[in-house]
Design a protein around this ligand. Structure first.
Ligand SMILES: Cc1ncc(COP(=O)(O)O)c(C=O)c1O
Length: 296
């Protein structure tokens, strides 16, 4: 691998080729939870919110939350600093740990935390100027059980399949729809659309409640948009005034095409642009005044 990736396993920095047991249940059964984070101005954005979601994901799948995991905030910040990248991509994982084969986990298993940090690499500004194309992917609620969609679990096979299908159709992101065409979320993003002065997004039930989504909802209300929770069908999405996606790594991504249909005039909308600026400002402000650092 040419990219430098710094790895910590149970808070110990791994050198050489990091190794995790083939009996780790994260590998055997996708029995793990994770978070993807990034820095702005060298500081992790919304670290506390990500750690809360990591903990709630672990609770949802029944992975015990060890006392030392309470220290993940300062621990991760120190790791980011020591990795020394100008801006960092951070992946935090908690697996149920290593144990005998068999589906039912032994309660004595010791969960393991793994942190990967590399240099942040994002699409260039021209991608945001041009806007993304999305295509729908029909699936039942992601894990059969709606509540599990709220857990960020290690198994992303459905997302991988959806994203590959989207790429084959020349789209940048896949949008999950149910068999009736009702939109839930993207393969790795949340979906928003604008009608007039109203910002709409599917309700939290059955989706991963994005950290960026929550920040954007707050920014939108402050900016004078009315916020409503509504799951459109895919045709309504394409007919909206503006459409955009949110995720921790890419922030706000304008959408200009839905299933081959051009959204509005085919360029990123004005609210989308404004919210993008506001999100960057919020992230850099947090970084400058160190709010999150003090919180932790
Ligand atoms: C399925 C899914 N929905 C939504 C999101 C966006 O969440 P966040 O803003 O917390 O990155 C992600 C991010 O990876 C995701 O995988």
């Amino acid at each position: 691998m040419s990219q430098r990736v710094e790895v910590w396993i149970d808070a110990l920095r791994a050198t050489g080729s990091p190794v995790v047991s083939v009996f780790d249940r994260g590998l055997l059964y996708g029995d793990s939870v994770f978070e993807t984070l990034r820095t702005y101005g060298g500081r992790i954005f919304e670290l506390e919110a990500h750690l809360e979601r990591l903990k709630s994901s672990a609770e949802l799948v029944g992975i015990p939350w060890l006392p030392e995991f309470e220290n993940l905030g300062p621990e991760t910040r120190a790791q980011v600093e020591s990795a020394g990248f100008p801006e960092a991509y951070v992946r935090l994982m908690v697996t149920r740990g290593e144990g005998p084969l068999g589906l039912l986990p032994d309660p004595a298993l010791r969960p393991r935390r793994i942190t990967l940090i590399s240099e942040l690499s994002l699409p260039g500004e021209e991608f945001y100027e041009r806007g993304a194309k999305v295509s729908s992917f029909v699936a039942e609620p992601r894990f059969g059980l709606k509540e599990l969609a709220g857990a960020k679990m290690g198994n992303y096979v459905l997302g991988i399949r959806a994203l590959r299908a989207a790429r084959q159709q020349g789209a940048d992101e896949a949008i999950f729809v149910d068999p009736n065409g009702v939109v839930s979320e993207g393969a790795t993003s949340n979906v928003f659309f604008v009608r007039g002065r109203t910002l709409l997004t599917p309700p939290e039930e059955g989706i991963l409640a994005g950290i960026t989504r929550a920040v954007v909802l707050d920014l939108a209300e402050r900016a004078g948009l009315e916020v409503r929770w509504e799951a459109p069908n895919i045709d309504e999405l394409g007919a909206a005034d503006e459409v955009f996606l949110t995720s921790s790594l890419r922030g706000i991504v304008p959408v200009v095409e839905v299933d081959g249909r051009t959204v509005s005039s085919g360029v990123p909308g004005q609210w989308t642009r404004k919210l993008r600026v506001l999100l960057e400002e919020r992230a850099l402000q947090r970084s400058l005044n160190g709010t999150r650092a003090r919180d932790l």
